[in-house]
Design a protein around this ligand. Structure first.
Ligand SMILES: Cc1ncc(COP(=O)(O)O)c(C=O)c1O
Length: 458
């Protein structure tokens, strides 16, 4: 494709190294430039309007024109645009946000450490877990178990936890001391005749075996999203966490729950931890923490962890980690206002109410000849497209069926995201109405029918 010289498109291709983009084809396809937003809609530079069916990257929970967040940022920028939180300094928005999060934590938590992103937060989790065991005099207890299909971010440690090949290809990852156990996807990996509960038992047994073969004294932590997000929006099989958690307790293995997508009402509950009755020692937050209007992530630590960190300072003096922008006052003020909006509008009740229509429309796609599985909870879901429904067989990845259907959806004015195995995710802003949910699934149904034509010609 040729672009007018010096156009934004040409300059993007010339100067911008894009994250998570096929760099070899980018000069051909060029950028799709979004210029403004209104509610759940975004508009591109040609004025075309789209429903943002993914809240951007699972994050713009309040849509794209929330004036209260603009005001909160502006007020903070005019008052104190930056100050740090190192060496006993503090800024008020960070104090208030930490206090709010501790008071609303899904299980008792002691302190909040701020980062700029989910990746940095998970990177920090790895450091905290290692530090914790060093201070406890258990230098061999360092391995962290994640799951195949998990997404935990892109820093060197977070990408190592991520169990998706594309985040590791060519990067010399994973680093040592990171292990992966089963992806908990019953539809894909459940054996013939096996019930969901039996499958969950098998995965718990596999985890126990992995721990035994590595040596329980070498395993420091287990990290899990309440449901897998970027790995395909995969809800755990029935009984999964009930079987996993006692194993962690038996072997004194810390439980890190990554709430980066599930946190802040995506399931209708404030946290996925509540939805699945989890008992984390550490929690990772980002994305909907600030409705994505400002970059901010966080690690929440329990008293048990914090006590050991304090011991560490008795040994080393400084707790030697922190980002220049940890607790930056502007994102912290925006995150705090985001929480107030969630409370004022009772967003959890709204999600629970409209998710009935969302889930009905989502699962209504199950009868379509291309749809193998529909899965979802609250205002998140996915459909998995398959070549053979009875054999649960995916298409040849080379046919890019998932990318085809999301391309058609785009033509229908709907932005969605293809994930692994031709799964297509839905994760709209939490403010979406029932009428808009219907518009979204109507547009997707049209795209799906067009895809059926494409598939028939393969
Ligand atoms: C569950 C989960 N953890 C961590 C991350 C990484 O967050 P970030 O992209 O803000 O670094 C993501 C991003 O999608 C995520 O979905």
């Amino acid at each position: 494709m040729s672009h007018t010289p010096n156009s934004p498109h040409a300059r993007d291709i010339a100067a911008h190294l894009h994250p998570y983009t096929n760099l070899a084809v980018h000069p051909e396809v060029g950028p799709h430039i979004l210029t403004r937003g209104e509610g759940i809609y975004v508009y591109d530079d040609e004025g075309k309007k789209f429903i943002e069916g993914m809240s951007g990257l699972w994050c713009a929970s309040l849509g794209f024109s929330e004036k209260r967040l603009v005001k909160a940022a502006t007020k903070q920028l005019e008052t104190l645009p930056f100050y740090h939180n190192f060496a006993h300094k503090a800024v008020e928005p960070a104090i208030e946000l930490a206090d709010y999060l501790v008071r609303h934590a899904p299980v008792p938590m002691s302190k909040v450490f701020f980062t700029n992103s989910g990746s940095e937060a998970n990177d920090t989790q790895v450091k905290l877990v290692w530090y914790y065991n060093n201070i406890l005099g258990r230098p061999e207890k360092k391995k962290i178990i994640a799951r195949h299909g998990a997404y935990h971010g892109v820093t060197v440690a977070a990408a190592s936890l991520t169990g998706l090949q594309y985040a590791q290809n060519g990067f010399d990852l994973p680093i040592k001391n990171i292990l992966h156990t089963d992806c908990p996807h019953f539809y894909k990996y459940g054996a013939e005749g096996e019930s969901e509960e039996q499958y969950a038992t098998r995965l718990a047994d596999n985890l126990e075996q992995l721990i035994q073969s590595e040596g329980p004294d070498t395993i420091a932590a287990f990290i899990a999203e309440p449901f897998l997000g970027a790995g395909g929006v995969i809800m755990p099989p029935k009984g999964y966490f009930e079987k996993i958690q006692p194993i962690l307790e038996t072997h004194d293995i810390l439980f890190i729950v990554d709430e980066v997508i599930s946190g802040f009402y995506r399931t209708g509950d404030m946290f996925g931890t509540q939805t699945y009755n989890l008992k984390p020692d550490l929690i990772t937050l980002a994305k909907q923490l600030s409705a994505a209007y400002q970059p901010i992530g966080a690690v929440m630590v329990s008293e048990k962890i914090h006590d050991v960190l304090v011991e560490g300072s008795r040994k080393y003096g400084l707790f030697g980690t922190g980002f220049t922008y940890s607790g930056h006052p502007v994102p912290a003020a925006v995150a705090l206002e985001t929480q107030k909006i969630y409370d004022d509008r009772n967003i959890g009740a709204h999600v629970k109410a409209v998710s009935v229509t969302f889930q009905r429309r989502l699962h209504g796609l199950k009868d379509h000849p291309l749809v193998g599985e529909t899965r979802g909870l609250g205002l998140i879901g996915a459909v998995e497209l398959v070549a053979d429904k009875s054999a649960r067989q995916n298409f040849d990845p080379g046919h890019k069926v998932g990318a085809f259907v999301t391309g058609k959806a785009m033509e229908e004015g709907l932005i969605l995201r293809p994930l692994a195995n031709d799964s297509v995710a839905f994760c709209p802003p939490l403010i979406i109405t029932e009428a808009q949910i219907n518009d979204m699934f109507d547009a997707f149904a049209r795209a799906l029918d067009e895809t059926a034509g494409y598939v028939a010609g393969l």
